[in-house]
Design a protein around this ligand. Structure first.
Ligand SMILES: Cc1cc2nc3c(=O)[nH]c(=O)nc-3n(C[C@H](O)[C@H](O)[C@H](O)COP(=O)(O)OP(=O)(O)OC[C@H]3O[C@@H](n4cnc5c(N)ncnc54)[C@H](O)[C@@H]3O)c2cc1C
Length: 480
């Protein structure tokens, strides 16, 4: 057998960028010292066939990969992109062609599928005596020493943030024999449709969004802190960085350091918004850390006594998922999400609350619809939030949103409803917020009567009585 060429292998996962990329920085440093290195991304068809993944998410990833390939080319680094059922097939094939000195990659806090795949890959390498080096890309630690409680995590986050970002890879030395794609596996199609309503992927877009948010958009209208609750304005007043953080076209550290670096030079008031943004980035890593330690929360209730809290009704689920519940604001939010693949926090929480409490649906059965529809599906945030909004965690009281109150508060003129539920466009502003008594022009009657919704809110919610008079609250005051 001829001698195999020695290379370091960088395996990309949800870290599709050049900035603050420790595995690429390390490989580049080794290339400067005379080593060779190869970078590979595997489109794992078994993952993309799961019920938590979607073509829109893949389209976003494909756009990130196209841009990254161009950026890497500028430093003389070809990017190998291969499609196979799972990454270990391609990575093991490369082991036959090259003498891999080390596998360099980021630690991923993913769902059950990606965690099992990581274990298979690492086992295959370790069995052959090849070291694997996983770098942190978030303030998240694996194993027993993990700082999963909030105060410890806060101080860990501060330390992690005070560290420098990984340096830009400047130099590359690829192997002299190009990698042979394993038989039967091809380069995936990276073309994505021109006309889509979802956000576009790519490091350049991510960096542009970060700049525009910190310099201008966080001050739009009443500012980020207020507008994040408004379905009409949140899409421009929020950072919109979530899919970039999820798929790694932006590093959390870069976003958080940029937010804190701006203070002195920027207009009065913007600091409050930037602090609020910064806090959310910390929450992000806090939830990821929790999920790293309690990854079973993807499948089981955090509070085991809530396992049988909710049930299932397929017909109700199907109406909820396409925005045909007969509750105009709920349907507007769901249709907007289905079309654009993003909706603001409050609307996400309300959609989950409606599914769990009004329709009594088990979160596990409707979670995949949201996972594949959110362009930013991030398991660590997703399952914690789903369970909090469904009332299956410990401690916090049930968070039951009143869809009519939300509609009146967040969309007082009914503009958002008219945009996404055009069947109701000609209703008066007073009528447009209310669940429909009878079906009209293709729009259905309410899936549950307001009376039964009030009963659920009254029996669960903390605001069921006025604490002073002990009298029941007016119905529209019930819930959040
Ligand atoms: C049921 C439910 C499911 C959710 N699922 C996801 C998910 O899969 N992926 C996801 O990124 N976010 C999820 N969120 C949190 C939140 O809604 C989104 O992060 C946010 O709407 C993304 O838009 P943005 O980037 O403009 O947010 P911004 O308000 O600009 O926030 C900046 C970043 O902070 C993080 N962040 C914001 N809010 C939270 C929060 N409450 N908890 C933890 N981190 C936060 C996100 O990374 C976000 O990109 C979920 C919320 C709910 C209620």
């Amino acid at each position: 057998m001829s001698e195999r060429e020695k290379v370091n292998l960088v395996w990309l996962k949800r870290d599709l960028r050049l900035h603050d990329h420790a595995p690429l920085a390390e490989a580049s440093r080794r290339c400067l010292a005379g080593d060779k290195a190869l970078v590979v991304y595997v489109r794992e068809s078994d993952y993309w066939a799961t019920d938590k993944a979607s073509g829109d998410q893949w389209g976003f990833v494909a756009e990130c990969l196209q841009e990254l390939a161009k950026r890497l080319e500028r430093i003389g680094c070809p990017l190998l992109i291969v499609e196979s059922p799972s990454a270990e097939i391609v990575l093991e094939a490369l082991l036959y062609q090259y003498e891999i000195t080390e596998l360099l990659c980021h630690q991923e806090t993913g769902n059950g599928w990606t965690f099992d795949r990581d274990k298979r890959v690492f086992r295959a390498f370790r069995e052959r005596g090849i070291p694997v080096r996983e770098f942190l890309q978030n303030a998240v630690v694996r194993g027993r020493s993990a700082p999963s409680e909030k105060p410890q995590h806060q101080s860990f986050w501060r330390d992690w943030l005070s560290e420098q970002q990984a340096s830009h890879p400047e130099f590359w030395r690829p192997p002299s024999t190009p990698p042979a794609i394993p038989m039967g596996y091809a380069t995936p199609d990276l073309k994505t449709p021109a006309h889509v309503m979802r956000q576009r992927g790519g490091e350049g877009i991510a960096l542009g969004l970060l700049e525009s948010f910190l310099n201008e958009r966080c001050l739009l209208h009443a500012g980020y802190r207020v507008e994040m609750g408004s379905p009409l304005h949140a899409h421009e007043a929020c950072s919109r960085l979530s899919p970039h953080l999820t798929w790694g076209s932006l590093s959390t550290k870069k976003a958080a350091q940029a937010a804190m670096a701006r203070e002195p030079r920027h207009p009065h008031g913007s600091m409050m918004h930037r602090n609020s943004f910064h806090r959310r980035l910390r929450w992000r890593d806090h939830f990821l850390q929790k999920f790293e330690s309690l990854s079973w929360m993807e499948f089981r209730c955090i509070n085991p006594s809530r396992e049988a809290l909710h049930g299932w009704d397929k017909a109700a689920y199907e109406r909820w998922a396409i925005g045909l519940t007969g509750y105009p604001f709920i349907d507007a939010c769901m249709r907007s999400l289905n079309a654009t693949k993003w909706i603001n926090f409050r609307a996400r929480a309300m959609l989950v609350s409606f599914a769990s409490y009004a329709l009594n649906l088990d979160w596990r059965r409707f979670a995949p619809h949201l996972a594949r529809t959110f362009l930013d599906y991030e398991p660590g945030i997703h399952y914690s939030q789903l369970q909090m909004q469904s009332g299956t965690t410990y401690g916090s009281p049930p968070r039951i949103y009143n869809p009519i109150k939300q509609s009146l508060e967040k969309d007082p003129a009914g503009e958002f409803i008219r945009l996404w539920v055009p069947e109701l466009r000609d209703l008066s502003t007073d009528a447009i917020h209310l669940p429909q008594d009878v079906s009209r022009s293709g729009y259905p009657a309410a899936i549950v009567s307001p009376g039964s919704l009030w009963r659920v809110m009254r029996s669960n919610g903390p605001k069921t009585q006025n604490p002073k008079t002990k009298k029941p609250e007016p119905q529209l005051e019930l819930g959040i």
